[in-house]
Design a protein around this ligand. Structure first.
Ligand code: HSE
Length: 437
């Protein structure tokens, strides 16, 4: 059989990940050719500003500033979208699909917000979208959920799916760094998004949770249907109290099918994880995803969740997949098949867990009684209370752990507690995770 023609790539974006994809495609070109049967060649690279100083030099002869040059070129087979954001990226991906070009993207925000539209368009054009790099960097979790676990009802997923926030929490826990110092380090190491707000406010993890929920449950969960909190308000004191209680703090994405209801729970919140639980040992930029399937049982996937080389490994896997599909099958898999087997997202106020509550209160008699009474009035049980003997003269922290209760009930009670005269700062409320499947 004659050699298949080279597979021509149009690469949009030459930031941290784009440059990594280019570098590693060149480095492993012979290997990839041997494995896929196609020579994989980057034909064009589109960047906004070619003059910008870069760690990895742009190959000048193939650079353009027009994204349209990628979609208009009939020789380009695959558009690799690594520009991020949801404006220009959306136009580029739409246009690429309309011109029957395969799309590879690592853009979780784009898929979480526009997945419904883009996959319908891809289906209509029989043109695949590959997105392994959109969730958990170098961990091949998309393929795992789509293919390897296809015979399972997914009962639950608990994931540490933002490397930057896990890095920050780890450095605060292990080196006593402040939140700001740890964030600076994460940015210098290239883990954080261009706008780190999405990393620390929980939305980067939320976009990934939406993608995992959608793959698991066969429908696109809306951004407005999930509850998201970030790590910005966590202090060194919370980390120390959690430690005293036997926990570590992690930003967890939780995706669960509620037994017997068909409802699905999707949320991202800082959570206390028991120190002896396997997810507690996931440190630094590493991600881990714990999946319960009704056939397989419990499975854990672990690896680097961000960074140039790990993320480009996933992008290159998608490119290679596309190359092999075209050569071997001639048939195209749209990338996501809506199956709609499951029901509606559970309103977060109905989700049940245990809780950690930190209050800063006036140090005077009767304060603890007022707090306990408010919780009791809402039917919330107290599991434990800590008040350190040593504290500022007039203001003291009180940390409580609370029994299983619906989030809405706890939010209402904490709202009332926040308005008590004796409470001096905004309460900090976190989940205590019990990992029920
Ligand atoms: N900035 C992300 C993270 C990597 O820290 O996990 C890409 O999603």
């Amino acid at each position: 059989m004659a050699d298949a023609p080279p597979l021509q790539i149009g690469l949009a974006g030459f930031g941290n990940v784009g440059a990594g994809v280019y570098k590693n495609l060149v480095r492993n070109r012979a290997l990839l050719k041997q494995r896929t049967g196609r020579d994989i060649v980057v034909r064009r690279i589109a960047v906004r500003d070619p003059a910008k100083p870069r760690a990895h030099a742009l190959p000048p002869d193939i650079v353009t500033t027009r994204l349209d040059d990628l979609v208009e070129d009939p020789e380009i087979d695959i558009v690799v979208e690594l520009i991020g954001g949801t404006d220009r990226a959306l136009d580029l991906v739409r246009e690429a699909i309309k011109r029957d070009k395969t799309v590879v993207t690592g853009n979780k925000a784009l898929l979480a917000e526009h997945g419904l539209e883009l996959f319908a368009l891809a289906e209509a054009h029989r043109t695949p979208i590959y997105f392994e790099a959109a969730v958990a960097g170098g961990i091949p979790i998309i393929k795992t959920v789509q293919e390897s676990l296809i015979g399972n009802n997914i009962q639950s997923i608990h994931g540490i799916i933002n490397g930057t926030s896990n890095y920050i929490l780890t450095r605060m826990t292990e080196a006593g760094l402040s939140y700001g110092e740890a964030l600076d380090e994460a940015q210098q190491l290239g883990y954080a998004e261009a706008d780190p707000a999405l990393d620390v406010n929980g939305w980067d993890a939320a976009h990934k949770a939406i993608i995992l929920a959608s793959l698991s449950y066969g429908c696109w969960v809306k951004t407005s249907d999930i509850f998201v909190e970030g790590i910005e308000r966590i202090t060194g004191a919370d980390i120390l109290f959690a430690n005293q209680l036997g926990y570590v703090i992690k930003l967890l994405g939780v995706i669960r099918l509620l037994p017997g209801t068909g409802s699905i729970e999707v949320r991202v919140q800082p959570s206390l994880v028991p120190r002896d639980h396997i997810l507690a040992s996931v440190k630094g930029v590493y991600n881990a995803i714990l999946i319960h399937g009704d056939v397989v049982g419990e499975t854990l996937f672990y690896g680097p969740g961000a960074g140039q080389d790990p993320t480009s490994s996933s992008v290159i896997a998608d490119i290679a997949d596309a190359a092999m599909w075209e050569v071997q099958a001639g048939e195209r898999n749209g990338g996501f098949v809506t199956h709609g087997l499951y029901g509606n997202p559970l309103p977060v106020d109905e989700s049940v867990s245990k809780y950690y509550l930190r209050l800063q209160v006036r140090d005077e008699p009767g304060v603890l009684a007022q707090i306990a009474r408010t919780l009791g009035d809402h039917g919330i049980g107290i599991l434990s209370v800590i008040q350190p003997e040593e504290h500022e003269e007039e203001s003291a922290p009180i940390v409580l752990t609370l029994h299983f209760a619906a989030f809405g009930v706890v939010r209402a009670a904490v709202g009332e507690i926040a308005s008590l005269e004796c409470v001096r700062a905004l309460p900090v409320l976190m989940r205590v995770e019990s990992f029920t499947a």
